[in-house]
Ligand binder design. Structure first.
Ligand SMILES: [Zn+2]
Length: 151
């Protein structure tokens, strides 16, 4: 399962009742993206919640793909966002705190940790491959990314 399958909407029951519709807990579930991040009725949300929902839309659902939000860009951008927080030196707990602060979504820090671990292992494999077949630049870039991730 991808890490984005393990990102949840904070207070999703409360949100559902404010919106008078049932939304799934998973932030990247199709129905959540439809209702919460693309749908109507956002004026029913309290201001703090609405702001975060709108921030999420403008940061992750802003691509021009025909099949937005099912094009994969939102997930890709969210993964990028997590990696950037990691590169700033944040650990799994702090990453979860920041995403809740920014977008009112959360994950279990254990899931974030294993996502980061897997990332390091994937990059190690890619680094090995780049050493054999790739250019020096590619090799350097992978190594730098890995160092950021493993901080
Ligand atoms: Zn897209």
């Amino acid at each position: 399962m991808a890490i984005t399958d393990k990102i949840y909407v904070k207070n999703h029951r409360q949100l559902s009742s404010q919106l008078e519709t049932n939304i799934p807990k998973g932030a990247f579930k199709g129905a959540t993206l439809d209702v919460l991040f693309q749908g109507e009725g956002l004026e029913k949300l309290d201001e703090a919640t609405r702001e975060r929902v709108l921030d999420f839309s403008s940061d992750f659902l802003d691509c021009a793909c025909d099949n937005n939000p099912y094009c994969g860009c939102p997930e890709r951008k969210f993964v990028q966002y997590i990696l950037e927080l990691r590169a700033q030196g944040l650990g799994p707990n702090a990453i979860v705190d920041v995403m809740t602060d920014d977008y009112m979504v959360y994950a279990y820090s254990g899931d974030v940790l294993s996502f980061l671990d897997n990332g390091v292992r994937t990059l190690e494999a890619a680094e090995g491959l780049a050493r054999v077949e790739g250019t020096d630049e590619m090799h350097d870039e992978i190594r730098r990314t890995k160092q950021d991730l493993a901080k």
